[in-house]
Design a protein around this ligand. Sequence first.
Ligand code: PMP
Length: 407
Amino acid sequence: LNNLDIQAIRQSFPILKREVNGKPLIYLDNGATTQKPQAVIDAIIAYYTDMNSNVHRGVHYLSQISTDAFEVTRRKVQEFIHAAHDYEVIITKGTTDSINLVATCYGEAFVNEGDEIIISAMEHHSNIVPWQMLCEQKKAVLKVIPMNEAGELDMHAYQALLSSKTKMVAVNYVSNALGTINPIKEIIKLAHQQGAAVLVDAAQAVQHIKIDVQELDVDFLVFSGHKMYGPTGVGVLYGKESWLNQMPPYQGGGDMIKDVTFEKTTYNELPFKFEAGTPNIEAGITLNAAIDFINELGIENIKAYEDELLAYATEKLKEVDGLRMIGTAKEKSSVLSFVVDGTHPYDIGVILDKLGIAVRTGHHCAQPIMEQFEIPGTVRASLAVYNTKEEIDALVAGVKRAVAMLV
Ligand code: PMP
């Protein structure tokens, strides 16, 4: 069904050769962060070995090549998400940083007392709290799109929430806790009919699903490098030029200015207006290698393989007595979140760790979801392209063993 050579792909991830607790590592915590292929590790070493220098400042050779390499990444991101212009790609520290930027700067320009912001019931805390802070500051109102038992958004309720008061709709493309793929094209279309902007949190989407920001007609789209086989400390904010130009800068400092006097400062043009100070140069430059890695495999191939693995794991986990899958949406990506009767997720996680199997347990920075399902948290196995059916078999055997010990 798939045309990827998974064993060859695994070979390119050196960490997958290591053991944990005397067992071969089975890494199923990819929703938290993915492992890095050798090409990314090599690029990081090459940067510090050959190129290290500040960007956007120096006249000297090294500064020029590092500046050029940083801008190569920007254009690579532009192509990757099919943005109309490279200056619509702002390099940030990550998804959280990108969302805070939009909440602060869009909020400053466009949100006033009595206005409404819509988020969904399945957001990561980073797509809840910045909007709550904005609402508190501006006396605006936060509204939440509810979801059903399967973890799918209630689109009728969404339509009822939308009005001319709605200034922003901020939703994730894929839920990190449930795996639900949300109908964002429809969400965007409906928001635009009311004149509202839409921010899509693509932190769990960009490594699994082809994204075309122009086709989606999305206003803002954000993601993190470290969840897409890239380095930590770098992320992206895509924003439509028209919005970005109307927004005030986020932070003041070097690089974001044109002229500074003590009387008045004029701001730099896009994208630099939103990139104050020295960025994470190494991560900005080497994100390029991560996107190359994804492009070489082909994101459609990655998705097809991961879908196959997800279906296999979903079936296989049914063998575990008392296991309840949390998040059973029809459209789902790469996440298996579950609880088992009579056990606590943490205890299962500890036993799996002894077997060399890395999963995440807890509320996954999405406490409101856990509240809705009336559970303390889940065990979450989240997939990447290097995972295999054999690893899923080991997970299922490990969960069975844990349940036998705990119940
Ligand atoms: N949104 C979603 C859906 C996520 O999964 C995460 C990371 N778990 C974030 C936002 C935050 O990303 P970061 O911690 O890289 O800023």
